[in-house]
Design a protein around this ligand. Structure first.
Ligand SMILES: [Zn+2]
Length: 461
């Protein structure tokens, strides 16, 4: 490897005044950078686009040094004082374009475009290579090549169609939550309607027909990608040029609500990202990794944010001791910190305050427990949820029927009919019984919106 000479600081300054064009090359799935003033180019590069831009600047600076050394004037900037801004604009446009994922030819072995596959692999850990049996004209005949993958034995088509359904439902829940965060309730309601339609379609899939299941799986995954793009748009995390380490830094530095929602929803596929995000941002919250997937999808990120709100009021040393599912509800046990739990020095104002905060935390967790009792523990839906008999769990009609078919239950519909409907008005009930929820310090808490939204979904869906 040859050592390249460092350009002079003066040449770097001049190169920094020039204008660079950053382009996304969809065919090669890489970026190119050219300098308007000095004809130079780079091979398409799929790794860090900002590094590529910096490398191009340095290459241009070397050209400048070379010209000066030969007694020539360096080129004048074409856009004096505006080079950086124009370059930045070009960079942003290239990043956006790379996210558009303009579909191009599908490979015969995959029903997805390369860009869709990239998203499925990175966000969903879904590798469809050889999973679908494609005919020469590109149609899917069913599942293929999955009889044994050596690790998990046979991956059942039925399991795959449910898995893709679960991922689609999760991303639809997350997108609607994001739209509500942004105050766009109309779009959120539209997204919810899409989800209810997906729910109904799921019930209509013939679980004995492999072709029908393959078609439904592919349809779920196409739509998963479309909504995943909406969830992640504006997130610096998805800039395709970032290295893995940079992505970690963004995730673990200050993960947005959208990212945390996605990490909670997808922890059953990859829990490492969630673990790292929690370690860095919410070190007291480790045991939340054990939240059942449906609850984690629906309110994991909100629960985390609301608990942090109370911790921030002065509960230093706070830690969750245990998270469990008890009689169909979420129970979280915690240590409020502060040594002997207020056993001594109770006349000390600090401990009184701490006791008050512990009470506030308990009220918050009681409200989430009520919410959990009406939230499908497997998918997060509030739409058509009942409590199973025996070992009590809240479960939606789709998940219940899927589960019953898997257990070869002779009459899944009848089993569903025998389940106990959940409470209709959990919102009013919670407001009445968890008085501290009115505390002004919780006025901005997510739990209020969640309770409202649940009411709407329960009665409208
Ligand atoms: Zn469900």
């Amino acid at each position: 490897m040859t050592e390249q000479q460092n350009p002079s600081p003066e040449a770097m300054r001049i190169a920094g005044e020039y204008t660079y064009a950053v382009r996304w090359d969809e065919r090669r799935l890489g970026y190119t950078v050219t300098c308007d003033e000095v004809g130079t180019w780079n091979k398409p590069c799929i790794s860090n686009v900002e590094d590529l831009l910096e490398a191009t600047r340095r290459a241009v600076a070397r050209v400048v040094d070379d010209r000066v050394a030969r007694g020539m004037e360096p080129p004048k900037p074409l856009h004096p004082g505006k080079g950086r801004e124009l370059t930045e604009r070009s960079l942003r446009a290239a990043l956006e374009r790379s996210l558009d994922g303009i579909p191009f030819e599908r490979s015969v072995r995959s029903p997805f475009t390369d860009d869709e596959r990239r998203i499925l692999e990175t966000r969903l850990r879904w590798d469809d290579a050889g999973m679908f049996d494609m005919s020469d004209d590109g149609n899917v005949r069913g599942f293929g090549g999955i009889a044994s993958d050596g690790r998990a034995g046979r991956r059942e088509p039925r399991r795959l169609v449910y898995s893709s359904y679960q991922a689609l439902v999760a991303v639809l829940i997350d997108v609607a939550a994001k739209q509500r965060d942004l105050g766009d309730c109309g779009s959120a309601a539209d997204t919810d309607r899409v989800r209810f339609a997906v729910d109904d379609e799921f019930l209509g899939i013939d679980m004995a027909d492999e072709r029908a299941m393959a078609d439904a799986t592919i349809d779920h995954l196409h739509r998963y990608v479309a909504y995943s793009r909406i969830l992640y748009e504006d997130e610096p995390y998805v800039r395709p040029g970032l290295s893995g380490e940079e992505r970690w830094r963004i995730i673990t530095g200050k993960a947005s609500m959208s990212i945390m929602r996605d990490l909670f929803a997808m922890q059953w596929r990859s829990h490492v990202k969630l673990m790292r995000a929690l370690h860095h941002g919410w070190p007291w919250a480790d045991p939340l990794m054990g939240l059942p997937v449906g609850w984690a999808t629906r309110f994991g990120a909100e629960l985390l944010g609301d608990m942090q709100r109370v911790v921030d009021l002065g509960l230093d040393g706070f830690a969750i001791e245990q998270v469990e599912e008890r009689l169909g509800g979420l129970r979280i046990y915690f240590d409020a910190g502060g040594g002997d739990d207020g056993g001594r020095g109770s006349d000390d104002g600090f401990d009184v305050r701490r006791t008050g905060l512990a009470g506030l935390m308990t009220a918050l967790l009681d409200a989430y427990e009520n919410l959990s009792l009406v939230t499908c523990i497997d998918c997060g839906s509030w739409h058509d949820v009942r409590l199973t008999r025996g070992w009590i769990r809240p479960i939606c009609r789709r998940c219940a029927l899927f589960d019953a078919v898997g257990r070869h239950h002779p009459d899944p519909e009848r089993e569903w009919d025998a389940m106990t409907p959940v409470a209709d008005d959990v919102t009013a009930w919670t407001r009445e019984h968890v008085r501290s929820l009115d505390d002004p310090r919780l006025s901005q808490a997510h739990i209020h919106r969640l309770l409202e939204d649940r009411g709407v979904e329960h009665f409208v869906a």
